[in-house]
Design a protein around this ligand. Structure first.
Ligand code: PGA
Length: 259
């Protein structure tokens, strides 16, 4: 974790969050985040499902005025508008109050066959709207076991990252085998992968590689987050399951505030 940056904590609600639950959870988190002194406050974002964006935004604004918690989404389409039934574009997300979007999550890459090329086009679309664009990368269990984890992640990152685009690109390293499984990467593996990602970024976007936050995700919980955030090169965490529990996610926020 760089001493110069605020730690980053992003909650990815995936396909969870009926409106009543979304409002209650957001209100609890806003209350909790509001108790943290601004000088220690991490950057916090919530990525609810599309259907709850409006309700979460309303809860963020109603509770705090200028909300200390940002609103994000879990995906977007590469085109700004058009005949794409069922899809959501980056301008629609911006209009809904989002300032951040997750792209290339492993559940989309592996569950819905999303390709690096598609992730890159989506990232270009998101950056064009000024959204913070979090590109997710990570190796499978087979790639880790065969010693190919570093090369799998560099080829994903190289093919997914829009190199010429202006804007805020963030990277989330999420080993596929660690997502939702309760297993997280060892501290040494996290440090090695984050160092590797940083070197790939230095090659791809030399002018701003040092300024790209690199997050870790995969079974981050209140009980392991302090160790993960203390790992060299980890700028924050992307949290799935534990972000749906107000107490657990609040404890993760507290750990980030103490970095
Ligand atoms: P998890 O999910 O924290 O439930 O493992 C992380 C993610 O998918 O971003």
């Amino acid at each position: 974790m760089s001493a110069l940056r605020r730690p980053i904590v992003i909650g990815n609600w995936k396909m969870h969050g009926l409106l009543a639950q979304a409002e209650k959870l957001t209100a609890a988190l806003v209350h909790h985040a509001g108790c943290i002194p601004p000088s220690a406050a991490p950057y916090i974002a919530l990525c609810p499902p599309f259907t709850a964006l409006h309700a979460v935004r309303a809860a963020l604004v109603a509770a705090t005025g200028p909300a200390p918690i940002a609103l994000g989404a879990q995906n977007c389409h590469a085109e700004p508008q058009g005949a794409y039934t069922g899809e959501i574009s980056a301008p629609l997300l911006k209009d809904a109050g989002c300032t951040l979007v997750l792209l290339g999550h492993s559940e989309r890459r592996h569950g819905m066959s999303e390709t690096d090329a598609q992730v890159r086009l989506k990232a270009q679309a998101a950056l064009a709207q000024g959204l913070k664009t979090v590109i997710c990368v990570g190796e499978t269990q087979a790639e880790r076991e065969s010693g190919d984890a570093l090369s799998a992640v560099s080829s994903q990152l190289t093919a997914s990252l829009p190199q010429g685009a202006e804007g805020e690109v963030w990277v989330a390293y999420e080993p596929v085998w660690a997502i939702g499984t309760g297993m997280h990467a060892t501290r040494d593996d996290i440090v090695a992968m984050h160092r590797h990602i940083r070197s790939v970024l230095a090659r791809l976007v030399p002018a701003r590689a040092g300024g790209v936050p690199v997050l870790y995700g995969g079974s981050v919980k209140a009980g392991n987050v302090a160790e993960i955030l203390a790992a060299e090169g980890v700028d924050g965490v992307l949290v799935g399951g534990a972000s749906l529990d107000a107490g657990e996610f609040s404890a993760i926020i507290d750990a980030a505030a103490q970095v």
